[in-house]
Ligand binder design. Structure first.
Ligand code: FES
Length: 91
């Protein structure tokens, strides 16, 4: 099962079932994380910077692409509520 490490959160890496969003994985492990719009992709409070393993996440959603185009989301950032974990090797 894919492992997710969030810098600054206590505890071991999170085991994330494929298909789960990064935000759901964080919340599922009992951590608090900003999500002002209710995980609808309409804000950027849930953003995370991806330092490694971007290929293990689903491609950016329309929301993320819109924020990137507007200069509000860097190319190495994802919205935790939109990015889903995929199994390694799945494209
Ligand atoms: S919680 Fe608003 S964009 Fe993710």
């Amino acid at each position: 099962m894919p492992l997710l490490t969030i810098q600054g959160l206590p505890g071991p890496p999170l085991e994330v079932p494929p298909g789960r969003t990064v935000l759901a994985a964080i919340h599922g492990a009992g951590h608090d994380w900003w999500h002002a719009c209710g995980a609808k992709g309409r804000c950027t409070t849930c953003r995370v910077r991806v330092l490694a393993g971007a290929e293990c996440l689903t491609p950016p959603t329309e929301s993320e692409l819109r924020y990137r185009e507007a200069g509000r989301l860097r190319s190495d950032e994802r919205l935790a509520c939109q990015a889903r974990v995929e199994s390694p090797g799945v494209s």
